[in-house]
Design a protein around this ligand. Structure first.
Ligand SMILES: C[S@@+](CC[C@H](N)C(=O)[O-])C[C@H]1O[C@@H](n2cnc3c(N)ncnc32)[C@H](O)[C@@H]1O
Length: 265
């Protein structure tokens, strides 16, 4: 006689293992979808047209090693309570000499520590163009804008080589602790130069490499000599500087018209 043997019911351990496999697969699916969303967003911004080919990222520029982009999970550090004590942010803002109605770009805005303060300073007729390459940073910025009911900030998802700024329209481009991590410094400087009004300026803040007491990793600091080398090479001239911040250089750069004459010859 042929006896049919039915499968045994699964043991408790087998059931638990099965549950774990299903949960892990689901988690992987959610993470993959989130990553896909972000890369699609990036890709949408990165699609080059004929006039905007993606240039090679640099590791070294004019003898300086380029630092890695600060990851968005570090965003709470940007709005830490003692930032004012350490960096005297309000003294920096006072020295920007902002007028109401100005258009200011906060380049590499992160979660908007400066963008939101600038928005209040330029008033309802002014505009803040807040550019970052990490959509997660812009997400955090938007949440902070909503919490403070700020409406004159336009978040812009830039790509690593192109900030997607309008031409001839910006009074100031503020870059706080950003320039040293640009993977495409010269192309970015070119786009930024094009976006400035005739008398517009880049305001650059970088941790002082010359000062060993500034408690920041060497790769995230810059010397004044190196900054000048890179900016002069790319058509800027130093118009003024403020040397009383505890940790940072604060340097103002305008367009050098002589550079335009030479490069157009
Ligand atoms: C150290 S954080 C500084 C954030 C902000 N400026 C502040 O001081 O609170 C540097 C930021 O620059 C952004 N960044 C890096 N490369 C960029 C690029 N090519 N264009 C725009 N933002 C960029 C990073 O994503 C990061 O949010």
């Amino acid at each position: 006689m042929h006896l049919v043997s039915w499968p045994k019911p699964p043991t408790k351990e087998q059931l638990m293992l099965h549950q774990r496999i299903v949960s892990a697969t689901l988690l992987l699916f959610v993470l993959f979808s989130a990553e896909l969303c972000v890369s699609t967003l990036n890709a949408q911004q990165d699609i080059p047209d004929k006039s905007d080919k993606i240039p090679q990222a640099r590791r070294i520029y004019l003898g300086r090693e380029i630092a890695q982009t600060m990851h968005y999970t570090g965003a709470p550090w940007l709005i830490r309570e003692n930032r004012e004590n350490e960096e005297r942010c309000s003294l920096m803002l006072a020295n920007l000499k902002i007028k109401t109605g100005m258009t200011i770009c906060d380049m590499g805005c992160g979660n908007g520590f400066y963008a939101l303060q600038l928005a209040k300073m330029v008033g309802p007729d002014g505009i803040i163009l807040a550019v970052d390459v990490q959509p997660q940073m812009l997400f955090l910025l938007r949440a902070r804008m909503e919490a403070e009911a700020i409406e004159n900030v336009t978040p812009i998802l830039g790509s690593f080589h192109n900030p997607h700024l309008p031409k001839n329209s910006v009074d100031y481009i503020l870059m706080v602790d950003v320039y040293h991590e640009l993977s495409h410094p010269e192309v970015m400087l070119k786009y930024m130069r094009d976006s400035l009004k005739e008398d517009g300026q880049i305001v650059l803040l970088e941790y002082r490499e010359e000062d060993p007491k500034v408690p920041i990793k060497p790769l995230h600091k810059m010397s004044k000599k190196q900054i000048l080398k890179e900016y002069v090479t790319n058509g800027f001239k130093l118009t003024s500087e403020f040397n009383k911040l505890p940790w940072q250089h604060m340097m103002f750069f305008g367009k050098d018209p002589e550079w335009d004459r030479q490069t157009n010859q």
